[in-house]
Design a protein around this ligand. Structure first.
Ligand SMILES: Nc1nc2c(ncn2[C@@H]2O[C@H](COP(=O)(O)OP(=O)(O)OP(=O)(O)O)[C@@H](O)[C@H]2O)c(=O)[nH]1
Length: 591
C-alpha cells in the first residue's frame, strides 16, 4: 500500500455523441443525479468526481482485489458533450489519462463518437468503449447493477445474438478508424485491442466492468506516467471561477501534477497578465461528491495530484477558466507568468471588422462559440470573456448594420448598468447556456427580420404595371381624364405615376373603379374605369394607347436586385419592357 503514495489518481473523461449517455454514466458512477437539473440536459462544464479504489472494487464485487491495484482510485472529469465543445474537449482529452467513449448500442457511431476517437488517437489516450443502453435492446431482461457477463447469461439466445451483431458493427466502425477491438471479455491483450463493454447507464449493468477495465488500463499503460515526485510544483487547469460566501473569489482546479500547499505562491492565467497570488485556503471535495454542485468542502493543508480542488486566494477575480495554474518557487513566478501568457496568446479568436459581438464565461467556451459561429459563416466582430458590460452595449449600439447590432452571450449574465443601458438601445441580446440553441435563435431572428423588412420593402415599392385605353371608353377628356382601361401586365394602384411608351411621365392615377365600386388596385386581366390627373385625352394620351406604371429609378433598382425572384411571370415581362424603354436613352438607368 505504501506504493499507492507514489502513483497519482488517473484522470478519466467520458466522451461521446449527444444523448448517448455521458451524464447518466457519470451519475451512475458517482451515485448522484445531475441529469435532471442540467440545462437542456447537455453537460457544459468540466466537473470532477473522485472514486476511491475501495468503492470501485466493492462495486465490482471483488473487494479482495484492493491490493492488486496500485492506483488510489479514478478521477472522472465530466467533459462536455455537444460538438460545440470540440476545443474544450480536446483539452479534456489532453488533461485526461484515460477515456470512456460512450456509444448508444442501438444507434451506433455518430459524428461526435468519431470526433472523440480522433481526439483520443491524437493524444494517444487509452480508452474503453461503453456500448450503452443495452436495456433498450428488445427482449433484454434487466439485472440491475450486475456485471455484464452475469447479466448476459440470463438473456435469451436471440438477445445474445443481437448484442453480438451490434458489437461487431461497432468493431467494424472502430476498424475503419484504425482501432482493433473486441468485446472486452474476449480481449486477451488490451495493448492491441480496444475493449467494448456493453452497459446500461440506466440499470447499472456493466458499469462495474468499465471501472475494472479502466483500473487495468491505468495499471498497464500509465504506471510510469502516473508515478510522480510529490515534491514537484503543483500544476493544474482552472475549471471554473466562483464566488463563495465567506471565501471571496475562488477557483475550481484539476491538479494533475505535483503538490499544492496552503501558503504556496501560485500563478493563474488571466486575460491580461497572469495573476500571482498566495493560496489562502485549499478546499477538497469529499469522495463521491461533485465539486460543482456540492458546497460542503473540507479545508486541507496540502493536496497532491490528481485531484479536483477549490483554491481560495486574493486577486482571483480576473482568473480565466480553461487556463493553467502553477505553483511558483521563491524566484520564478515572473518566468512562469510569462510562459502562461505565451500559451494563452496561442488561442486564436479570429474576429473581423464587422459581425456580431460575443461573450462567454471561459476561454474554452468562447473558442467553442467562435468555432460554431464560423462554421455557420456568422462573422464575429469582437469576442470576449466575462459578463455583458455597459461598455459592450455602447460599442454594439454604434454598429449600423441591424443584423450585427447584436450580442450573443454564452453562460454569462448582464451587469446591472448594461441592463439599464440596453433599455434605451436597439440592440438585440441573445443569452443562454446551450451554444447550438443560441446560434439557432440568432439565425431564426435574422431570418424573421429579413422577411419582415422584405415585406415592408415589397409593400412600399412601386410594382410593374401596363394597361391599354379601350376604344370607345373615354368618359371625360381631362381634369381628371376618365377612361376605360384593360390591365395587360402586372397591376396598377391608386396614386402611381403613368408613363407613355416613350417614357414620358404624363400624370397620376387618381381613382380606380370596377363596376361602379372604388378599388385601390387593378390586376392583369381586369377592365376598370381609371381617373388620370395630368393628361388630356387626345393630346398626351389617346384611345388604344399602351401606358405603363412609372417605376421610380430607386424602386426599379430594388425590384431588379432584391425582389426580382418574387415577381410573377407577367410582372417580369412588364418590368423588362418598362426597363427597355428607360434604358433606350440611358443604358445605366437603375443600375
Ligand atoms: N434506457 C436507457 N436510457 C438511457 C441510458 N443512458 C442514458 N439514457 C437516457 O438517454 C438520455 C440521454 O442521456 P444523457 O446521460 O443525458 O446523455 P449525454 O450523453 O450526457 O447527453 P449530453 O449531455 O446532452 O451530451 C437521457 O434521457 C437518459 O435517461 C441507458 O443505459 N438506458
Amino acid at each position: 500500500m505504501a506504493e499507492n503514495k507514489k502513483l497519482r489518481t488517473p484522470i478519466v473523461c467520458v466522451m461521446g455523441h449527444v444523448d448517448h449517455g455521458k451524464t447518466s454514466l457519470l451519475d451512475k458512477i458517482r451515485g448522484t443525479a445531475v441529469v435532471a437539473g442540467e440545462a437542456g440536459a447537455i453537460t457544459q462544464h468540466i466537473g470532477a468526481t473522485e472514486v476511491p479504489i475501495d468503492i470501485i472494487v466493492n462495486k465490482c464485487g471483488q473487494p479482495q482485489l484492493i491490493n492488486k491495484f496500485i492506483v488510489p482510485g479514478l478521477l472522472f472529469i465530466d467533459t462536455p458533450g455537444h460538438h460545440a465543445f470540440t476545443s474544450l474537449r480536446s483539452r479534456g482529452g489532453a488533461l485526461a489519462d484515460l477515456a470512456i467513449v460512450i456509444v448508444d448500442i442501438n444507434e451506433g457511431f455518430m459524428p461526435q463518437t468519431i470526433e472523440s476517437l480522433q481526439i483520443l488517437k491524437r493524444f494517444k489516450t487509452p480508452f474503453v468503449v461503453a456500448a450503452n443502453k443495452i436495456d433498450r435492446i428488445p427482449g433484454w431482461r434487466t439485472n440491475p447493477e450486475k456485471p455484464f457477463a452475469e447479466s448476459f447469461k440470463n438473456q435469451s439466445e436471440n438477445v445474445q445474438q443481437l448484442i453480438d451483431t451490434r458489437i461487431y458493427e461497432l468493431v467494424g466502425e472502430l476498424y475503419k478508424l484504425g482501432f482493433n477491438s473486441e468485446r472486452y471479455d474476449r480481449v486477451t491483450d488490451f495493448q492491441k485491442n480496444v475493449g467494448i463493454v456493453p452497459i446500461s447507464a440506466a440499470t447499472g449493468e456493466g458499469v462495474a466492468d468499465i471501472l475494472m477495465i479502466l483500473l487495468g488500463l491505468a495499471q498497464k499503460f500509465l504506471e510510469s506516467n502516473l508515478r510522480f515526485d510529490a515534491n514537484n510544483p503543483g500544476t493544474g487547469t482552472v475549471l471554473e471561477i466562483k464566488e463563495e460566501k465567506g471565501l471571496g473569489t475562488t477557483i475550481d482546479v484539476i491538479l494533475y501534477d505535483g503538490t499544492l500547499k496552503k501558503g504556496d505562491t501560485i500563478v493563474v492565467g488571466s486575460l491580461g497578465n497572469p495573476i500571482i497570488t498566495k493560496v489562502r485556503a485549499l478546499l477538497k471535495p469529499r469522495p463521491l461528491t461533485e465539486i460543482q454542485t456540492e458546497e460542503k468542502f473540507k479545508s486541507v493543508n496540502e493536496v497532491t495530484a490528481a485531484i479536483g480542488v477549490k483554491i481560495a486566494a486574493p486577486s482571483l477575480e480576473k482568473a480565466l477558466a480553461g487556463t493553467a495554474v502553477r505553483v511558483a518557487g521563491s524566484d520564478n513566478a515572473d518566468e512562469i507568468a510569462k510562459e502562461i501568457k505565451t500559451e494563452l496568446e496561442q488561442v486564436t479568436l479570429p474576429t473581423g471588422s464587422t459581425g456580431v459581438a460575443i461573450k462567454a464565461d471561459t476561454i474554452g467556451s468562447l473558442e467553442a462559440l467562435v468555432n460554431e459561429l464560423t462554421k455557420e459563416e456568422i462573422p464575429i466582430r469582437k469576442a470576449g470573456v466575462g459578463d455583458i458590460s455597459h461598455r459592450d452595449i455602447v460599442e454594439v449600439a454604434a454598429i449600423e448594420d441591424p443584423y450585427y447590432s447584436v450580442i450573443i452571450g454564452f453562460n454569462v449574465s448582464m451587469l446591472p448598468d448594461a441592463r439599464e443601458k440596453i433599455q434605451s438601445s436597439e440592440i438585440k441580446v441573445f443569452m443562454g447556456n446551450i451554444i447550438y440553441r443560441l446560434i439557432d435563435d440568432y439565425k431564426d431572428w435574422v431570418k424573421k427580420q429579413k422577411e419582415q423588412s422584405e415585406k415592408t420593402i415589397a409593400e412600399l415599392i412601386v410594382k410593374p404595371g401596363r394597361f391599354t385605353i379601350m376604344p370607345g371608353c373615354v368618359f371625360r377628356q381631362s381634369k381628371p381624364a376618365v377612361v376605360g382601361v384593360k390591365i395587360v401586365g402586372g397591376s396598377v394602384k391608386n396614386n402611381v405615376e403613368i408613363s407613355t411608351q416613350d417614357g414620358d411621365v404624363v400624370g397620376k392615377v387618381k381613382g380606380l373603379q370596377l363596376e361602379g365600386e372604388n378599388i385601390s388596385k387593378a390586376s392583369i386581366g381586369m377592365e376598370v374605369a381609371m381617373a388620370l390627373e395630368g393628361p388630356t385625352v387626345g393630346r398626351q394620351i389617346k384611345e388604344e394607347d399602351t401606358l405603363y406604371v412609372n417605376i421610380p429609378e430607386r424602386h426599379a433598382k430594388v425590384l431588379e436586385q432584391e425582389l426580382y425572384d418574387s415577381l410573377t411571370a407577367d410582372e417580369v415581362e412588364t418590368f423588362e419592357s418598362f426597363l427597355s424603354i428607360k434604358r433606350r436613352d440611358n443604358p445605366f438607368w437603375a443600375k
